[in-house]
Design a protein around this ligand. Structure first.
Ligand SMILES: [Zn+2]
Length: 336
């Protein structure tokens, strides 16, 4: 039985959420209305493009709409506010957002990042949520862009080191070679930024080996990790960020029953965390993902509490903030 109320009421930790993909359909419409007002043609065009995702390629084809809506400072600011508000509504008390710095006619990459960072700071004053940012390196973009992003982040760190806690490596896994991006990721690591790497989203064993050898602080998806690769991550206590609905809708797994979460959770071969990935694109919430996991894999409420704690344990956080969140998240019988 889906136990949505229990998990909905629990304070939660979301560690794998892309800013643009996390805009729900309702929030996209709300954003459209705020941006275009009474312009019904613009709104009709937005609604027409809001279709269900049913493959990995389709998922990546849905992002241009969000990128268009966030191509101005006002659009980006409103979108960031709406995403944070929606997570807070779902009782997410700690959120790590990811986004690729973008440049366009209206904004430089620096403008883009400052807009997101300042909106995060403002939103934390009104919503009961702690937010951190992982700027993303897009593997589908030019390698020079990656180094550019890392340099930009290093420039921003003196002012925003309490908000930027790591770097995300993501983008279409069918495009780009991991090894080309290693110098940029190495530079980030040398400056004590944590690394969340999308790894094993598609079946590419040699790249997965390369990524594991290079090292990471968290593994995104890990769908096609072999048992040996899983054990290697487990021996280093590197958690796998599992995103159930994302993988099912992108068809990188055959269905919820076949999702690798089940094996990792039951065998405890490596730490595992439940995340949404792109809750807007995949029409889900973190509460729904927990409820689905409970229903499909027969998890108890204690199992859900354990997963919440795994999220907190593996958050890219200062210990002071982790202790604060531990008190907020702990179930009543946890003895805190
Ligand atoms: Zn992702």
């Amino acid at each position: 039985m889906v136990n949505l109320p229990y998990i909905k009421l629990r304070r939660k930790v979301e560690l794998h959420a892309h800013l643009n993909g996390s805009l729900s359909t309702e929030s996209i419409k709300e954003l459209g209305k705020k941006l275009y007002g009474a312009n019904t043609t613009a709104m009709e065009s937005i609604c027409k493009r809001l279709v269900d995702v049913d493959s990995l390629d389709h998922c990546f084809s849905k992002f241009p709409l969000m990128h268009e809506l966030t191509s101005t400072k006002r659009g980006l600011q409103l979108a960031t506010e709406l995403v944070i508000r929606d997570f807070a509504k779902d009782n997410v008390i700690y959120l790590e957002l990811r986004t690729t710095p973008k440049r366009n006619a209206a904004m430089s990459k620096m403008d883009y990042m400052v807009c997101v960072l300042e909106t995060i700071i403002e939103s934390m004053k009104t919503e009961k949520i702690l937010v951190r940012l992982l700027p993303s390196i897009d593997r589908a973009a030019d390698v020079a862009e990656a180094m550019d992003t890392v340099n930009l982040v290093l420039e921003l760190l003196p002012k925003y080191d309490n908000i930027i806690t790591g770097i995300d490596f993501s983008g279409n896994p069918k495009v780009g070679k991991f090894e080309y991006f290693m110098p940029a990721l190495t530079k980030a690591r040398q400056h004590h930024l944590k690394l969340a790497i999308h790894c094993g989203e598609i079946d590419n064993p040699s790249e997965i080996d390369q990524m594991i050898q290079f090292g990471m602080d968290r593994c995104g998806h890990g769908t096609f990790l072999s048992e040996t690769q899983l054990q290697e991550l487990g021996s280093k206590k590197i958690p796998i960020e599992c995103c159930l609905t994302s993988n099912v809708k992108c068809r990188t797994v055959n269905g919820y029953e076949d999702h690798h979460f089940k094996h990792i959770f039951n065998s405890k071969v490596a730490p595992v965390i439940l995340c949404t990935d792109d809750c807007g694109v995949f029409d889900t919430t973190l509460s729904k993902e927990f409820a689905l996991a409970q229903q499909i894999y027969n998890l108890t409420n204690d199992d859900l509490d354990y997963l919440l704690m795994m999220g907190l344990e593996n958050a890219f956080l200062e210990n002071r903030d982790r202790i604060y969140l531990l008190k907020e998240i702990s179930p009543p019988n946890y003895g805190i």
